[in-house]
Design a protein around this ligand. Structure first.
Ligand code: PLP
Length: 473
């Protein structure tokens, strides 16, 4: 019998240890690997982190409290957390060419909250801040939120609209950012599906926001951050970019010059788990003048840092600094463009007509379907996507008229442009064979078609094993 490799030994042993305490959890973890291996994952915000990233999280760094910053902690005995955080910061700064990096945020939402608070603290009168800190925000009524916003001088945020691809944390009411700021949105030109910078400039001149937010969750094009910074300077706004989705394309130098947010923005936030292929988490990069405020992320917004996750972020940043990451990032875009071309050739309508990045937005109204119907029909056929609003969506944010697909995960798995064309064919089959039902959620799809597509998807994936180095036995 040949010896097991290091990854198989590590994961098998870890599962054995967990199984001895709670076998159902060990089984769920093992089943997740099985299910991920079987699934044709086109979710634009997901990826597959390396075994090194995953293993860096499963250890006793998790046991340590380390509130504060490197070398200035509120707890004793933080020397190893200091080491871990300093290495993660060093890699993040080098990777993105950023003057300052803060790697404590537990998620993208947390990173945005740290950034917003840093901007408010930097720009707004201290008495208003003091007032806010005394309040228990959970108990605030709408009227009290209005009072609080007034205490901050009714500061304004200009972010991308949700239907154009913006994120809830860019000033929308269900998120706290929409309670902290008066928000106005910029959208896309209906004719091109792309940002209309002249309209954005006009809105900024009229609205005079404190913050302009660039970045998106579902916009399939490059963004010119140089122009956005010019607009911010013109109206005296702080320019923030949330690069959660495309951080991997920045790290891999696919987005450079005007399209790299780091040299243009005052502050940049990101997640680490999407195209960047790290652990689930967030980070903030900023110009030196904002660093003191950003460092107050804990305890202002965050609890004790997750040292085990910071260790995994350091590993992921180190991986992204390897020369082959640039090739990976370029393949993500090549694959997205091949998928877009394959769909268009088969008659699909894409928002903005194509893609420059890792994601594609299909207008499924073309097939007489809602996003909800299309998402479920594809899922029943073994193709995992998510529904998404499209610009001026008549079906709103719940049912939607769009399907968002992305290539970071399948590119990690090794699929290339030829396979993207096959996937376009599978999706075309499902979308053209699905008929709308009695409600916006119901549809008819011949189970034989769903079965056939599902089998073809499984056959395709079999050629590209996921985590081939991990054998759980
Ligand atoms: N910012 C953007 C642009 C996102 O797309 C997302 C997640 O989808 C987030 C922030 C939030 O990230 P997290 O889920 O890690 O809080």
């Amino acid at each position: 019998m040949s010896a097991l490799n290091a990854e198989s030994t590590a994961f098998r042993s870890a599962l054995d240890v967990v199984r001895a305490v709670e076998p159902r959890i060990a089984d769920a973890i093992a089943k997740e690997l099985h299910d991920q291996r079987e699934s044709l994952k086109l979710i634009a915000s997901e990826n597959y982190a390396s075994p090194a990233v995953l293993l860096a999280m499963g250890n006793w760094l998790s046991d340590k409290y380390a509130e504060g910053t490197i070398g200035r902690r509120f707890y004793a005995g933080c020397q190893n957390v200091d080491t871990v955080e300093a290495i993660a910061v060093e890699h993040a700064k080098e990777l993105f060419g950023a003057p300052y990096a803060y790697v404590q945020p537990h998620s993208g939402i947390d990173a945005n909250l740290v950034a917003y608070w840093a901007i408010l603290a930097d720009r707004v009168e201290a008495p208003a801040l003091a007032k806010a800190q005394k309040r228990n925000v959970n108990d605030l009524t709408d009227a009290e939120w209005a009072e609080l916003r007034a205490a901050f001088g009714n500061q304004r945020m200009l972010g991308m609209s949700l239907d154009a691809g913006g994120h809830l944390t860019h000033g929308f009411r269900p998120n706290i950012s929409g309670k902290m700021f008066d928000q106005r949105s910029y959208g896309v030109d209906p004719a091109t599906g792309q940002i209309d910078y002249a309209a954005l400039r006009e809105t900024a001149r009229e609205f005079r926001p404190l913050v302009i937010v660039g970045g998106y969750s579902a916009y399939p094009r490059k963004v010119n951050f140089r122009i956005m910074r010019e607009i911010a300077d013109e109206v005296g706004a702080t320019f923030m970019v949330d690069m959660a989705h495309f951080a991997g394309l920045v790290a891999g130098k696919v987005f450079t010059g005007d399209f790299d947010p780091v040299p243009h923005a005052h502050i940049v936030t990101t997640t680490t788990h999407k195209s960047l292929r790290g652990p689930r988490g967030g980070a903030v990069l900023c110009q030196p003048e904002l660093s003191d405020q950003v460092d107050r992320g804990c305890p202002m917004v965050l609890g004790g840092p997750l040292a085990h996750v910071m260790a995994a972020k350091a590993v992921a940043f180190a991986e992204a600094r390897q020369p082959d990451f640039a090739g990976y990032a370029q393949r993500i875009v090549d694959n997205a463009q091949a998928l877009a071309e394959g769909l268009t050739r088969r008659g699909a309508t894409l928002v903005s007509g194509g893609t420059d990045n890792h994601l594609v937005l299909i207008d499924v109204d073309k097939y007489g379907l809602t996003g909800r119907q299309a998402e479920q029909a594809l899922l029943d056929s073994g193709v995992v996507t998510n529904r998404n609003a499209i610009p001026q969506d008549p079906n709103g944010a719940w049912y939607t008229s769009g399907i968002r697909i992305g290539t970071p995960a399948l590119t990690s798995r090794g699929l290339g442009t030829a396979e993207m064309d096959q996937i376009a064919e599978l999706m075309h089959t499902v979308l053209t064979q699905t008929k709308p039902g009695a409600s916006k959620a119901k549809f008819d799809l011949d189970p034989a078609v769903a079965d056939r597509v599902s089998k073809q998807a499984t056959e395709l994936l079999a050629e590209f094993p996921l985590y081939p180095q991990v054998d759980l036995g």
